[in-house]
Design a protein around this ligand. Structure first.
Ligand code: SF4
Length: 146
C-alpha cells in the first residue's frame, strides 16, 4: 500500500466565517466555507439562536451568483443604444446630472425612493437621508409592509 503524502503546494487553505443571510429580512445565520480565497459551501449556522441551522435555498445557494460570468463588475452606460463599460466617476456623474435635470424640469416631487427588506438598517437610513436632503421630499417606501 502506498503512503499518502500531502505537500505544502497541495494543502488547501480552508476557513469558515459566520454571517447573516442578506437575501431577506428573516436574517438566518449562515456558515461560509472559503477554500483558497473562494467560497465553496454555505450552510445554516447550527448555533444561531433563531434559525438553528436552517436556511432556505437562497441562503444556501445564492452565493453562486458571485462567480457567474453574467455578474456586473463595472458600471455600464448606454451610448447610441449600446451598453458600454464606464468608470464609476463617469456613471455617477451621469446619474447626478440626470437627477438635477429632472428636478429642474419637474420639481422635487418627481422623485421617490423604494427601499428593500433586504437592505441593512444603515442603507435604509441613508436612503431616507438621500431622498429628504438631496432630492427634497419624503417619498420613500419599501416592500416591508404586509
Ligand atoms: S436563508 Fe432564506 S429565509 Fe433565511 S434569511 Fe436567507 S433568504 Fe431569508
Amino acid at each position: 500500500m502506498s503512503e499518502l503524502v500531502i505537500t505544502a503546494e497541495m494543502a488547501v487553505d480552508t476557513r469558515q466565517a459566520s454571517t447573516i443571510c442578506g437575501f431577506c429580512g428573516v436574517g438566518c445565520g449562515l456558515t461560509i466555507t472559503v477554500e483558497d480565497g473562494n467560497i465553496t459551501k454555505v450552510t445554516g449556522e447550527k448555533n444561531n439562536p433563531s434559525s438553528k441551522g436552517e436556511a432556505c435555498i437562497k441562503g444556501r445557494e445564492g452565493w453562486r451568483h458571485l462567480y457567474s460570468d453574467k455578474r456586473l463588475t463595472q458600471p455600464l452606460i448606454r451610448k447610441d443604444g449600446e451598453l458600454v463599460p464606464a468608470s464609476w466617476d463617469e456613471a455617477l456623474d451621469l446619474v447626478a446630472n440626470r437627477f438635477m435635470e429632472i428636478k429642474s424640469e419637474y420639481g422635487e416631487d418627481a422623485f421617490g425612493v423604494f427601499s428593500s427588506s433586504r437592505s441593512t438598517n444603515e442603507l435604509n437610513y441613508l436612503a431616507g437621508r438621500f431622498i429628504r436632503q438631496v432630492l427634497g421630499n419624503s417619498n420613500i417606501d419599501s416592500c416591508n409592509r404586509a
